[in-house]
Design a protein around this ligand. Structure first.
Ligand code: ZN
Length: 157
């Protein structure tokens, strides 16, 4: 596994739309492993492939209980409710802000074996699904930020 360089805000790469994965090759599996390692090293809870310079629809997320979600070609199939919580992004270091997201989000994706999987996330996981899937369409959380939060206001878990 390898730690990959994280693309930072201001790089035009982050505004590009990622392409679907046509075939789950060993290269995609290595990408998933490297993305997870990179996310851990950076103390993040989610990472999209575009953030490591790969324009493919691949996302990794780790929830508050340490469960890892590997999502290939994910899409949101249902959402409900609303939440306004604080968000940050490994590509935008030092910036946190409040966004409005659904409070429950269901995604469908392929796992690393090519099987279709479906997950419903609430709270933090729902936000992570929205945030990471936005990356695949070139969107950043600062696009929908309601207000910025100072670093010393951010709650640490
Ligand atoms: Zn992000």
């Amino acid at each position: 596994m390898a730690i990959l360089r994280i693309v930072k805000d201001g790089d035009p790469m982050l505004r590009k739309v990622s392409r679907p994965v046509e075939e789950i090759t060993p290269r995609i599996l290595t990408l998933l492993d490297d993305m997870t390692e990179t996310m851990h090293k950076a103390n993040g809870c989610g990472l999209a492939a575009v953030q490591v310079g790969v324009l493919r629809r691949v996302v990794v997320i780790e929830d508050g209980d340490g469960r890892l979600y590997e999502l290939i070609n994910p899409r949101i199939v249902a959402y409900a409710g609303e939440q306004e919580e604080c968000e940050g992004c490994l590509s935008i270091p030092g910036v946190w802000g409040i966004t409005r997201r659904p409070s429950a989000v269901t995604v469908r994706a392929l796992d690393r074996n090519g099987n279709e999987v479906e997950y419903t996330g609430h709270g933090l996981l729902a936000r992570a699904f929205c945030h990471e899937l936005d990356h695949l369409d070139g969107k950043l959380f600062t696009d929908c930020m309601i207000r910025r939060v100072r670093a010393d206001e951010v709650e640490t878990e």
